[in-house]
Ligand binder design. Sequence first.
Ligand code: PEP
Length: 243
Amino acid sequence: MRQLIAGNWKMNGLGQAAFAEIEALRAGLAADPPHADVLVCPPATLIARAHWAAKGAFPLGGQDCHAQASGAFTGDVSAEMLKDAGATWVIVGHSERRQYHHESDADVAAKARAAWRAGLTAIVCIGETERERMDGHTLDVVSRQLGASVPDGATPQNTVIAYEPIWAIGTGKTPTSAEIAEVHAHIRKIVGAGTRILYGGSVKPSNAKEILGLADVDGALVGGASLKAQDFLALIAAAAERS
Ligand code: PEP
């Protein structure tokens, strides 16, 4: 299947500078059409403007959504609101949400269902802590999170899995290729052949080719290296050519 390179801008990006990055990304992709599908998940405040600036060259996604469609949830954004702003995707269960907002697997599953209700594709994030890896529990943790964070009804069309070892996010540390391949093969056995499995955690232009060349790696979820269009374009260019 075609790989997906998804950028997660996290809480970064303001007005004109963000607009310029979206424009540069659109121009770069037009000049050198990629082998992979591309997605940008900016902060919710930028989705409408980014959607307009992307001019259909790539879709936009949210970074989180509330499980309810509307209501008295001050500060929250629903999947329907993301859709209304121009998003067609949303990340749910990112480790920063699980850590800083105490989101449980059940919360993540409710958010994935909310995404589907609004017609968005959910990117469900899973991954182990450094302690869990050192103790040899990685595959158990990933199995448990998949079972509890991905609701019944997931299909290759409405759900993508992102395997993101927590200790690799934003740290510059990555698992070895053999370690990534082992976890992806394990996830593949659980989710089946059609579902995309992204790797995330310190992917950058210098290591993208090796990681994206691994079996069962169907793309990447990219934080820091997605903020500058030139870095993100270099990383997109490293995607494996798969049909
Ligand atoms: C992420 O935020 O999902 C991520 C993988 O971040 P980084 O690429 O910066 O490690």
